[in-house]
Design a protein around this ligand. Structure first.
Ligand SMILES: [Zn+2]
Ligand SMILES: [Zn+2]
Length: 417
């Protein structure tokens, strides 16, 4: 009897059944929305169609809508019928400059642009969560804010954008968001699984550019000019030695030089050499230490060779994406209700980066990775590839999972399991 009453109390407090049936009913529409977004991908700070579609949908389901925020972004505010905290859910809108290779009915209609990072699914899931929670509005304590941000992959050169611009334009402030949730598609996890980490989940990322200035002369008489090519080669090697020799081997870091350009003829010294690369770390102290060492090394090698060599970090970079351990763990019971115990997996942080980190630096955040891999159906490609795709079964699971997590947070409970 007592057990029956307790069960009934839990069922009333955690409307899992309501959430489940609402999501079941909307599943075909989730697929439709994702496919529409997938077919019409837009690059960072240019997500006008996407932003409009999101704003329209949020208005239809009765949310207060603020737009545009940070150029093409949208903020939707759902005020519950009872007093309570303010939680946020963040999704991203932008696609990548990658040509779609998949021969699917929803293939990209924009040549050279593709949702290769799954942001179409993130947006779809956040819209679904908004709709589910709007349906439970009268019983919902507090407020849920939905942030749809542009340019997660970085704004075009010379433009502001992404999470930093959302923050600058007050997306976290009115109402003041107390905790923030986020998610990403993960092709390394099978569909039906969700990954969590109570600490760093993505690395920091810093883009850098190096210029070595030389002086042109005939390649047969290098002493009459300044040859930046061997100096650049020395720099490439020395930077790798920083990562492998100067920093604790227990501290993950990656230093990649992705491009080198210089010279235009085999027998003429190059005028200069430019290089670009990316620096990753899982710890802010390691990140800043590496930056200092890199600057010193580049400058020092330039000086030793009598040629100016300058390293510059481009933009502010992304901090380490740090999950709040308590907030993350508090979400696990809700995730287990949806994904089952074996479906909720602790994952190790990866060296990819997320501009969600800028939000997580300011407020406690929990960011999850949703499995989209389905080997039997050939869905195994990594994000940022021309053949990336997802198993769309992730869409209803993602909506249910996040809706339950937010519900538990708003009602201040852990809903069981
Ligand atoms: Zn990406
Ligand atoms: Zn992404």
């Amino acid at each position: 009897m007592l057990a029956g009453i307790l069960l009934a109390a839990v069922a009333a407090a955690t409307p899992s059944a309501d959430i489940r049936s609402a999501v079941e009913a909307m599943t075909p529409r989730l697929q439709e929305t994702r496919r529409d977004l997938h077919a019409h991908p837009e690059l960072g700070n240019r997500e006008t169609r996407t932003g409009k579609a999101v704003a329209e949908r949020l208005r239809q389901i009765g949310l207060e809508v603020r737009e545009p925020v940070a150029k093409t972004g949208v903020v939707g505010i759902l005020r519950g019928g009872k007093p309570g905290p303010v939680a946020g859910l963040r999704a991203d809108l932008d696609a990548l400059p990658i040509q779609e290779k998949n021969d699917v009915p929803y293939r990209s209609l924009n040549p050279g642009v593709k949702h290769a990072c799954g942001h179409d699914a993130h947006t779809t899931i956040a819209l679904g969560v908004a709709e589910v929670l709007a349906g439970l509005k009268a019983k919902l304590p507090g407020t849920v804010v939905f942030l749809f941000q542009p340019a997660e992959e970085g704004p075009p050169e010379g433009e502001e954008g992404g999470a930093p611009l959302m923050i600058k334009e007050g997306a976290l402030d009115d109402p003041k968001i107390g905790v923030l949730y986020g998610l990403h598609m993960d092709p390394q996890l099978d569909v039906g699984k969700v990954g969590w980490a109570a600490g760093p989940i993505w690395a920091s990322s810093d883009r850098f550019a190096i210029t070595v200035t030389g002086k042109r002369s005939h390649g047969a008489y290098p002493h009459t000019g300044l040859d930046p090519v061997p100096v650049a080669a020395e720099i490439v090697e020395a930077l790798q030695l920083i990562a492998s020799r100067q920093v604790d081997a227990q501290k993950p870091k990656v230093l990649t030089i992705g491009s080198i350009h210089g010279g235009n003829r085999f027998n003429i010294l190059a005028e200069d050499v430019t290089m670009e690369g990316t620096l990753r770390a899982l710890d802010e102290a390691v990140r800043s230490d590496l930056k200092t060492r890199m600057e010193r090394t580049v400058r020092g090698i330039g000086e030793a060779n009598g040629q100016p060599a300058v390293l510059r970090f481009v933009g502010g970079g992304n901090p380490v994406t740090l999950n709040d351990p308590a907030l993350t763990r508090a979400a696990l019971p809700a995730l287990r209700r949806v994904f089952g115990d074996p479906g909720v997996i602790e994952v190790v942080p990866q060296m990819g980066a997320e501009d969600f980190a800028h939000f997580a630096k300011r407020i406690p955040a929990a960011y999850f990775k949703l499995g989209v891999r389905n080997e039997a159906r050939g869905i195994t490609a990594m994000i940022h590839t021309e053949d990336f795709d997802i198993d769309e079964a992730v869409l209803p699971l993602g909506v249910r999972g996040l809706a339950e997590v937010i519900w538990d947070h708003q009602t201040g409970q852990r809903g069981g399991r």
